[in-house]
Each structure stands twice: as structure tokens, then as C-alpha cells.
Design a protein around this ligand. Structure first.
Ligand SMILES: *Cc1c(COP(=O)(O)O)cnc(C)c1O
Length: 371
């Protein structure tokens, strides 16, 4: 059928027709109309975290990882020392890019089924005064764990360390308030909970640390300070902007505000999550995480414990019914993931559960007993 499949992934996500239609025009990067869209978008983004007084926002071309890398390279001095709180795949990616940027990097590791621990962070900061910055992932998309941002930020503030937050999969859905939570940089992107299309990231940078960032980046294209200064001076992006992505995000932000902002988005994603878990439980499929630390963003499920199960077959059978699933990211046990985010509601989640149930039947797995 010629209908878009529903993306139950951590991005790209299912978007609305209105967002897609915004991409049907061409825009000149020097044109005042386009630059007004960029300015409006930046104002809307700052308002989401109440960051107008404390932070600036710097958009950057590329996928989300480009902005994480740019944030590390722009914020951390070349002789700085970064501590990465690691409870999953995206934390490991942040540690790797920090090392590749030539910054000294120390990893404090936690079990993937747990949150990172602010007490362990405090211990590490006490025992090594050379640490200048802490990197944390707000929602570790590899498993779906929500990490304790406020508690980590308080430890960083107490020890006067810069905090860089990858809030890629939580921003605009989970509350983040710059007036309550101190961070030097917070990174997110167009194609996650704002329900735009992928192609640009953006980094909130604390005004108090901005000037000191000049010249720290060893990359020209990824220098957020340079991008900021140029944008302030000219209202333009430094290099070719992803024009269609920008106008689509602008349209997606209008719908975000219309829906009722972060609280409404969280409420919808929570309904999606509850519908999903209730349905999957009926199918006999168990979530990997303790619900107390699970974000309503993406859910890791244990694969059925049966030799007839195979992810590729399961994926293809769900896909044939219009739903795109996501593989698991755990190394030790077999899992798969289902996203709760995007322009979808509980109705689509019910249909997704139905599709997964039929996919299991296709594979000859015991039709699950109804409770
Ligand atoms: C999606 C995501 C990213 C960015 O991934 P890209 O593939 O580069 O867009 C980074 N961190 C987290 C936690 C994410 O969920």
C-alpha cells in the first residue's frame, strides 16, 4: 500500500502532513524571509527551556551527533578533561567522540539497566580535580533509561564543573528548565520529540561561558562559537543552511505550541507508552527496564525466549503491516526496541501491538494467552 509506514524508532519519526507540506517551497539562504524563520525558531527553542536570560541557542547543520561533537569541541578547552557518565550506547558514543576530539576522557561506567549515579559522580570529582567537564545523556536511547539530570547538575554546580547534556531524545517531551537546572550546554535536534525532520541540531550554551569558547574548537565547520557570532552579526547561517529542515521545524514548533507545549507532548507520549506496555504484556512480551527509571520515549523489550524467534523476520512481518520497529542495542541479551514518540497517538500504538501480535503468529510462536 502506498501509505507511509509508522516509524516506531528514535528518529527519524512519523511527522504530520502539515510539517511535510512546509518543505514544498525553495528558500534563499540570504533572503530576509528565511532569516526571519531562523530567528523565530531560535526564540521558540529558548522559550521551551525558559532559557532567554541565561542561555543562547546555536543551530548546526547535520544529525544530532554532529551537535554533540560540536558542543564538546566548542566548550571544552583542548587541555580540558571530560568525565562521561556511561550507562549505554549513546554515552559510549559521547566518550568516543570526546577522545577523537583530542580531549582527555574518563568514563565512569554503570550497569545499562540502572540510572547513572550522582553519588558516584561526586566521588569521581572528589578524587580527580583535573576534571573540567561532565557529559551526561538525559534519556539514554539505547535502553530508554531516564537519567537524573537535576541531581547530576547539582553535583556539577557544587564542584564548579561544566555540564554538557545530550538531551536529544528527551528535549521538548521531558521538562528541562534552565532557571532550575544549571548546565553549560544542552544538545537536541530537529527530528526527535519536536517532530520535525532530521537534518539539524541545536545547542543551548550558557551565556556565562560563551565568550571563553572562542577558538577552542579545532574544527571550522563544527565551531558553535563562530556559528553564533556570525549568526548574531548577519542573521544568517555561516554555511549553507538545511533550508527545508529549518522551515519544517518551524512548522513543527507551531504545532508543538498548539498542542500545549512540553506538558501536552509528555502526556501524549505517556499515553502511547502505557498503551504499548499494556498491549505487549497481553502478548507476553516483557520490558527490559524497571518502570521507575523508564522514560516514555523508547521501550526495550526482551525478545521472546524461543528458538523460532528472529528479529529480522519479526521486523519484516511488522513492516508488512505498516510498522517500523528498531533493533535492540544490548550486547548481552536479545532485545528489540519500540519508540513512543512522533506524530502518533494511542490509536496507532494499539494498531502497532496488533501488528506485532500477528507478526509473532506468522513466526509460529505460541499465540500468547490472553489474561
Ligand atoms: C538520536 C540521538 C542522538 C543523535 O543521533 P544521530 O543519529 O546523530 O541523529 C544522540 N544522542 C541521543 C541520546 C539520541 O537519542
Amino acid at each position: 500500500m502506498d501509505r507511509d509506514k509508522i516509524l516506531l524508532t528514535p528518529g527519524p519519526l512519523t511527522t504530520t502532513l502539515r510539517t511535510k507540506l512546509a518543505m514544498l517551497r525553495d528558500w534563499g539562504s540570504w533572503d530576509a524571509d528565511f532569516n526571519a524563520v531562523t530567528a523565530s525558531l531560535r526564540r521558540s527553542l529558548l522559550a521551551i527551556i525558559n532559557g532567554q536570560d541565561s542561555h543562547v541557542v546555536v543551530p548546526l547543520q547535520g544529525s544530532g551527533t554532529f551537535s554533540v561533537e560540536a558542543a564538546v569541541a566548542t566548550l571544552v578547552p583542548r587541555d580540558g578533561h571530560v568525565l562521561v557518565l556511561d550507562n549505554g550506547a549513546y554515552c559510549k558514543r559521547a566518550a568516543r567522540l570526546t577522545t577523537l576530539m583530542g580531549r582527555r576522557c574518563t568514563v565512569v561506567a554503570f550497569d545499562e539497566a540502572t540510572q547513572v549515579d550522582p553519588a558516584a559522580l561526586e566521588q569521581a570529582l572528589k578524587s580527580d580535580a583535573s576534571i573540567t567537564h561532565v557529559v551526561m545523556i538525559h534519556c539514554e536511547t539505547g535502553t530508554g533509561v531516564l537519567n537524573p539530570l537535576q541531581a547530576v547538575a547539582e553535583v556539577c554546580a557544587r564542584y564548579d564543573k561544566g555540564l554538557i547534556v545530550d538531551a536529544m531524545s528527551s528535549f521538548a517531551a521531558i521538562e528541562i528548565d534552565a532557571r532550575k537546572t544549571r548546565f553549560d550546554a544542552l544538545v537536541a535536534a530537529s527530528g526527535k520529540c519536536l517532530e520535525g525532520v532530521p537534518g539539524m541540531g541545536f545547542v543551548f550554551i550558557r551565556k556565562a561561558v560563551l565568550d571563553a569558547c572562542a577558538g577552542r574548537s579545532q574544527s571550522l565547520a563544527m565551531d558553535l562559537h563562530d556559528q553564533y557570532v556570525y549568526m548574531e552579526k548577519t542573521t544568517q547561517w555561516r554555511f549553507t543552511p538545511p533550508t527545508h529542515v529549518v522551515v519544517a521545524l518551524h512548522e513543527a514548533l507551531a504545532q508543538f505550541e498548539l498542542e500545549g507545549g512540553q506538558r501536552a507532548r509528555l502526556a501524549r507520549y505517556t499515553r502511547n507508552y502505557q498503551t504499548l506496555v499494556a498491549g505487549m504484556t497481553r502478548l507476553g512480551l516483557r520490558p527490559f527496564l524497571d518502570p521507575a527509571i523508564q522514560a516514555p520515549i523508547i521501550v526495550t523489550f526482551h525478545a521472546p525466549d524461543d528458538p523460532k524467534y528472529d528479529f529480522k523476520t519479526f521486523y519484516a512481518a511488522a513492516r508488512a503491516r505498516g510498522f517500523i520497529l528498531y533493533p535492540g542495542k544490548l550486547t548481552q541479551i536479545e532485545t528489540f526496541r519500540v519508540g513512543c514518540i512522533g506524530a502518533i497517538g494511542p490509536h496507532e500504538m494499539e494498531q502497532a501491538v496488533q501488528a506485532m501480535g500477528l507478526a509473532l503468529q506468522d513466526m509460529g510462536l505460541q499465540p500468547p494467552a490472553r489474561t
